[in-house]
Ligand binder design. Structure first.
Ligand code: ADP
Length: 190
């Protein structure tokens, strides 16, 4: 099985590249941001709780995220594997994920980290904000918060996988297909 962590700051292109990976390798997409937005749309208790954090660009508490991901992994019939998009976002989430997978005799194949300069990220998020309808894409201070949270809390997750010898960095600027080809070369080595 292929279990890939697709990593990078907000606006790095994780969602876009995930779609292409899912198609090529027949993987199950597990995007915590998408799952939260689904709950939000359905007005569930989990959605209401998550909204407070998401709208401000802050992280939803670990135990909430981990519980949701664990349920999703366990309810998914074994396929070719998972692509984790926007998760894990803290070191606590990363080690919880390792435990959940270990209990199922699974493991992470590798992390692919998309590298994109900050000015390009901000530009992409502002552009996306024009059509995404996402509150967190439309306000300069919320964009700043998300990037700061990424640097403070999420970047250490790359170190976690580096320590396991599983980190590969990919330059995240170029055409979607160029970037995807570079990702696919890495995945083909797993
Ligand atoms: P982006 O890729 O632009 O950061 P996402 O859709 O991945 O957007 O996430 C949107 C918001 O959902 C985050 O800012 C955060 O509030 C919440 N969220 C998503 N995934 C997680 C997670 N793994 N841990 C905590 N909060 C999360």
């Amino acid at each position: 099985m292929l279990n890939i962590v697709l990593f990078g700051p907000p606006g790095a292109g994780k969602g876009t590249q995930s779609e292409k990976l899912i198609e090529k390798y027949n993987l199950t997409h597990l995007s915590t941001g998408d799952l939260f937005r689904k709950h939000l749309g359905e007005g569930t208790d989990l959605g209401k709780l998550a909204r407070k954090y998401m709208d401000e660009g802050r992280l939803v508490p670990d135990e909430v995220v981990i519980g949701m991901v664990e349920d999703k992994i366990k309810e998914t019939k074994s396929g070719n594997g998972f692509i984790f998009d926007g998760f894990p976002r803290t070191v606590a989430q990363a080690s919880a994920l390792d435990k959940v997978l270990e209990d199922l005799s699974l493991k992470i194949s590798g992390m692919i980290a998309l590298d994109v300069p900050e000015d390009i990220l901000k530009e992409r998020i502002r552009e996306r904000g024009k059509t995404s309808g996402r509150v967190d894409d439309q306000d300069e201070s919320k964009i700043e918060t998300r990037i700061k949270v990424y640097l403070d809390e999420t970047l250490p997750v790359a170190g976690y996988y580096k320590g396991q010898g599983k980190l590969t960095k990919i330059h995240g600027v170029g055409t979607i297909d160029e970037i995807f080809d570079n990702i696919a070369k890495v995945v083909d080595q797993y």
